[in-house]
Design a protein. Sequence first.
Length: 340
Amino acid sequence: MSGTVDASSERGAEARYAAGAMTRTCRRRPGARRREWGVLALLWALLSGGCAGPAASPATTAAPMTFPAHSTATIAETSAPPTTEALPTTPATATSTSTTSAPATTATTAIATTTLPEWWRPLNTDEPLRAWVVGDSLAGPLGNALARRGATLGLLAVVIDYQDGTGLARPDLFDWPETAAQRLPEVAPDVVVSLIGANDGQALRLPGGRLEFGSPEWDREYAGRVGAFMDLLAGGSRRVYWVGVPTMSDPDYDARVRHINALVQQEAATRRQLVYVDAYSLFQDEEGRFATQLVDEAGDLVTVRLPDGTHLTTAGADRLALAVLDRVAADWGFEVLPGS
């Protein structure tokens, strides 16, 4: 309601107030009594809107909201679940597109590009992966097992160079860095598989004296030799797979192997082109002990170690070759089927 009160009729005004009519005037009425001023003051405090009329009804309708031009599309995207769509790949790069929704109101689209490693190349039966296997007497059976599986796959060609009783501790007996520097250009491998260290748990002979095994000085010297050999192999190939020494039956010998493996792993962790393959736990039983027999991929219990507690049987070498080949296949993008 809206309106004004006639200033000449106090009785009419009082009647209206008594009836509860919500009418008021913005003009003073001369001669009005003090109590009327009190009533008017009270009404003035209760009512809103000044001279424009009564207060708005409690039930109100908000004016339509407007959004910036881009908001409609943004809100529409949030109703769909996040999706990932792979784009066509090329031999050099693989690109994927993914859309994710932020909480409540926003959605963002990110395009991630994955570049294939520099060392990678496509493989086929005409151009198989060239692998060079090097090391001590444990490397020989491993190389033979890899060659057998490689021939079945048709994607792996293996060259083997191993020397019994050798390592990095006694270059005076056999110098592996010198041999590798000569052989790498001749073999031109894509990958090198190295299994070396089983004979290195001994003192190092230097021009200035001996370094006892396990001392801090021995650790620094041996780790330096391992790192330099890793760099040499990596410089002449695309990828290096360094196989740790397997567990041994003799407790003292086994403790030395664990110490050597730990140093090798530390050096491997600092080199992106190098992959460490754990062979130590591969020849333990379920309780972590040296195992003479283990279950093979066909589910048969087979003998994996020779009676000397050091070397591998044919089944043991095949077990180790499968572990290496699985890692190689994951890197180079081919599948190793059971029995292959």
